[in-house]
Design a protein around this ligand. Structure first.
Ligand code: WT7
Length: 653
């Protein structure tokens, strides 16, 4: 949703949905949480940390003396995997289903907490056998198979730092992430299903690893049974190495600040940043938010988060938050329209899913497919609905409420980021009266504000930048290997106040509710995925025929934003087929970064609009991409450039 349409909605949106008395009576969250947190924020978080099992209980809460590097619960020790697996077995829930796994082709697996403990222990023993020890890094490049979750937990169990790389990313994206983290092991599969067809994944690993000498082994799960190239001595089959290991493994306790994972995300400039998260504070907030925001009742609920573990949502709301809370959850491998457009509703009906967490882009896709599709299924088990990844427009929110939630299930619109580690701004079901399209307000224990350029909080009805004004337990602990970039990106905008700069625009309505308006930097949000304009521009100029490129995010009715590229070509032949070249440029971006970064449109232009200092004025290109009247051009070095671009595009050149 664009800023302007969000603002329009905001001005007209007057509907509110208070919680039902029935829901409120049974809700995990109570309004008193806000008061408790306000009264003593650190005591509040210390109490939340009690949700976890500590081998050594922490006596410290927050240490902010070395800001912006926080330490939470620093003298405590815990094992994250023990918290997500073993303790549920020890409390007598070993027979409870942890994961109802549904493969894209329709094969299924049921994994109890007993099974999970055995699988994670075997994987941990195998990793130890490969020489991995606490602090080492492992790259996980896999589709949504159970072994991906076993692998993450096996790393956590050993204090090994995982770096999950989305299976839709290219060999080059994988290579740069392996290199940055100096990973020793890559865990992958032979292939993955994509809309019903098996495609190779291992081949991309072979290509990446050829250029990353730190990698000594590649561990391969057999999923599709496709052909793979094999490097003896380096490559190992999961079923040969892991399956025969002992299912006994004693977890060791690590410091609360021991690194848990690195996850790469796009920034305004340069290569993706390796966002670093640690153990105790991260798990505390993942667990607390999952319990309160989704109202999880571990004995009766069936939870389903439709994210991929390649994104932070999969880390915090498939693996760590839910499993620490003894969830029973659905994990689905495939796409929502394979083999038909009712697949999600069929799965909800089959497993009796009661909590469903998805992204606005998918809700809008469901809208496009038609309300008659969910209407064919029994969705009466649903009692909480969640949304994440981008602003949800009120129309999509209302459709979700009516056609999925039967006008009954509360909707939680959850704002957070890879960097925040866990949900920060969200209604609490059973407590908050919600408005369609608003994430409402910061959770108890969280400080968030909308401020102006000078860092002063704006009043009701005012808009500005979203900042986080108090440290929180699951906050990032830095960018892997780049302290300067960490300070510069998040902490240099409001140094005086010490605010964390989120990069999002936001507004308070007249009641003080928070409305997120999208990124204020050069980061695009395509289907809830963060992609930087510079990343796509670099991919384009790496093509031999591109002299210069500028990329903008243009409003798109389904994906939120879509990538539109403007390119200046080199060596144009008069009779050249531009259509074929444009296609090859789009494909080139998909090869360099991944299919999610493929531009919706590539426009060939003679010039790009630049300021006198040479900065590309993306604002003007966005006007062109969204078919708007081009805005103020007075700061352009050559103000006729926009006419040249517009007339060239109109004549179809
Ligand atoms: C960016 C973070 C958080 C997990 C998925 C994305 C946007 C996220 C919302 C929301 C409005 C949202 C923001 C944010 N965003 N959730 N509920 N309403 N915008 O994680 O890739 O780190 O992206 O996603 O722009 O900065 P991410």
């Amino acid at each position: 949703m664009t800023e302007s349409s969000a603002l329009d909605n905001l001005l007209t949106e007057s509907r509110t949905f208070p919680p039902s008395g029935e829901f409120a009576a049974q809700a995990n969250a109570k309004a008193s949480l806000y008061e408790e947190a306000d009264a003593d924020r650190e005591a509040f978080w210390a109490a939340q940390a009690q949700r976890l099992h500590w081998h050594t209980a922490p006596t410290q809460v927050l240490d902010w003396s070395n800001a912006p590097f926080a330490q939470w619960f620093a003298d405590g020790k815990l094992n994250v995997a023990y918290n997500c697996v073993d303790r549920h077995v020890e409390s007598g829930h070993g027979e409870q289903v942890a994961i109802h796994w549904e493969g894209e082709p329709g094969d299924t697996r049921t994994i109890t907490y007993n099974d999970l403990k055995a699988e994670v222990s075997k994987a941990a023993n195998a990793l130890t056998g490969l020489g991995l020890a606490a602090g080492d890094r492992v790259a996980i490049y896999m589709p949504m198979v159970p072994e991906a979750i076993f692998s993450m937990l096996a790393c956590a169990r050993l204090g090994v730092v995982h770096s999950v790389v989305f299976g839709g990313f290219s060999a080059e994206a994988l290579r740069s992430r392996i290199e940055d983290a100096a990973a020793k092991l890559v865990i992958t599969t032979d292939g993955q299903y994509r809309r019903g067809n098996p495609v190779s994944l291992k081949a991309a690993v072979d290509e990446a690893v050829a250029k990353t000498p730190t990698v000594t082994n590649v561990l391969v799960v057999r999923r599709t049974g496709g052909e793979v190239d094999w490097t003896e001595g380096r490559d190992l089959w999961w079923h040969e190495l892991v399956d025969g290991q002992s299912a006994e493994h004693t977890p060791e306790a690590f410091d609360a600040e021991h690194p848990l994972f690195i996850l790469y995300t796009s920034g305004t400039t340069g290569n993706p940043k390796g966002i670093l998260h640690t153990s105790g504070g991260y798990l505390t907030q993942a667990s607390y938010t999952h319990h309160n925001v989704f109202d999880l009742k571990p004995d009766t609920d069936v939870y389903w988060c439709t994210a991929d573990i390649g994104w932070v949502t999969g880390h915090s709301y498939i693996v760590y938050g839910p499993l620490s809370n003894r969830v029973t959850q659905v994990v689905y491998e495939g796409t929502p329209n394979t083999p038909h457009e009712g697949r999600h509703w069929e799965i909800i009906q089959k497993y009796g899913v009661s909590i469903y967490y998805t992204a606005p882009t998918l809700i809008r896709t469901f809208m496009k497919w038609g309300a008659d599709i969910p209407a064919r299924y029994d969705l009466s088990s649903l009692r909480v609905l969640g949304s994440v990844g981008e602003p949800i427009n009120p129309e999509a929110w209302m459709w979700y409420r009516e056609h999925v939630g039967a006008n009954r299930a509360p909707i939680v619109d959850t704002w957070w980021q890879t960097e925040t580690g866990a949900i920060m701004i969200s209604p609490l079901p059973g407590v908050t009266a919600t408005k369609p399209g608003s994430a409402m307000g910061p959770l108890p224990g969280i400080g968030a504000k909308v401020v102006d350029d000078a860092g002063a909080e704006v009043g009701k009805g005012g808009g500005g930048y979203l900042v986080l004004d108090k440290p929180w337990p699951s906050m990032l602990r830095g960018i892997w290997g780049d302290e300067a970039r960490f300070r510069e990106t998040y902490w240099s905008r409001f140094t005086e106040q010490g605010y964390y700069f989120a990069g999002d625009g936001a507004k308070y309505d007249n009641d003080g509710a928070v409305w997120l308006l999208g990124r204020v930097d050069d980061v695009m949000n395509v289907s809830g995925h963060r992609i930087s304009t510079t990343e796509v521009e670099s991919a384009l100029v790496s093509h031999s025929r591109v002299a210069e490129a500028a990329v903008v995010g243009a409003t798109d009715p389904t994906t939120g934003q879509a990538i539109v590229a403007f390119v200046i070509l080199r060596g144009v032949q008069p009779d050249e087929d531009a259509t074929a070249l444009v296609k090859s440029l789009r494909d080139h971006v998909a090869t360099e970064i991944g299919p999610i970064a493929k531009p919706r449109q590539v426009m060939v232009v003679p010039e790009l609009p630049k300021t006198r200092s040479g900065k590309i004025m993306r604002r003007l290109l966005r006007d062109v991409a969204e078919n708007r009247q081009v805005g103020d051009v007075t700061t352009l070095a050559d103000s006729s450039v926009m006419d040249l671009i517009s007339s060239g595009l109109q004549s179809g050149k």
